[in-house]
Design a protein around this ligand. Sequence first.
Ligand code: C2O
Ligand code: CU
Ligand code: CU
Length: 472
Amino acid sequence: MPLTRRQVLQMMAAGGAAMLVPFERAMSAFAAPSTPQFAVALKKLKVLAKTSSDSTTDYYDIVMRPASVTIMPGKTTEVWTYNGSYPGPTIKAKSNRRVVVRHTNGLGVPTTVHTHGANVPPDSDGHPTDLIAPGAAKTYTYPNTQVASTLWYHDHAAHSTSRNVYMGLAGAYQISDRVEAALNLPTGAYDITCIIQDRSFNADGSLAFVDSHNSVLGDTILVNGRPWPRLAVAGRKYRLRFVNGSNTREYELRLDSGASLTQIASDGGLLSAPFVTPSIRLSPGERVEVVIDFAAYAAGTRIVLQNLKGVSTDGTDSIMRFDVGSPEADLSSLPSSLRTIARLTSTPTVTRNFTLSLNTSTGLWVINGQSFDPNRVDVQPKINVPEKWVVTNTSGMAHPFHIHLAMFQLLQRAGTPPSAGERDWKDTVRVDPGTSVEFVTKFTNYTGRYVYHCHNLAHEDHDMMAQMNVLA
Ligand code: C2O
Ligand code: CU
Ligand code: CU
């Protein structure tokens, strides 16, 4: 009996990287995307409404609960949501103005909420063991003493993050500031966040999650919860914020018009200057922002945002499509310099080495040979002291390495200086097989326990995560 798409995906998830080639061959038997591409409109993410506010703080309430939504045309899918939306509603914060979110867990499983990229006290960081029991609630405080940036919030429960995020627990968190506002970049309807996540579905429309240790790859590319959507754009500039919210899949963004992309921001906010590049790689957890000027195209032009890391046989080589309409007056700008970025010293006195590998006897992914143990502290950085971290991948699979609490500046990847798209503030960096990256970072404002880990959620859960205790 021929394998179904679902069975092939399960084999793939069970077999991991070693199965990649046979998997793509097996999938080529389908030779078609799981649902027609560019057939549905991109959904704009909802903005979360405040519950109340005072002179220093905006207060929000979120209930995590199951919801039935339409993702695949004509089918119903049960997802786990923040306030009933998949992806969750966007939290819009202002630099230096506090946000307080009360999360109530209306799901049947324990959860914890992490705002990825946020500089927050340890008890608001969503530590993997700081769980909200079903029926319970927890209040998280976000001081937002950081610059304009596209962050995202997602579940972080120990050993269940992969499932919980796959089921839908992810949303965008944006911080704005005056420096950004003064640039006059495209705003409002011309500033669009796109959360990219791949998913697979069973015939009844339900999500086909498999708790692999290695790879959780879907055959359907969703943007903001819609399969391969299209976006009608006017002939003018747009700011597009891409979040890779996928469990394992890396994308390489490119326009099929052949035009270059103009990158303006990475994980930690605006770059020092726009960076023009033919394509942009985006690993799980990473964010990138671009400005595209659709005035360069005639009305009626259709431009596919491609994924150079995907394959045509199942359609994962495409992400979404821009359908260009009539030209429109455009008073926004794209300045040639965006902000001043102070460089952290490239010669810090503390250097730490991390090796990412597979323990072949347990089948678990490890950092410096060890599985995650919440009772063990792996490193103890001092607050405000710059450190150099050297991360070496001795395995055969790439790992997006992510640290909590702080942003970092990349010094080198695989022995060469980083591109301008990766040189400024980041919190997640891809480490390719057999290579190392070096970055400099500094933990500021809070002491206590935080994690660092691989952002391939299958690896994070099994067990490529470790703990630091930031000391005074
Ligand atoms: Cu996006 Cu520790 O997470
Ligand atoms: Cu994080
Ligand atoms: Cu990994």
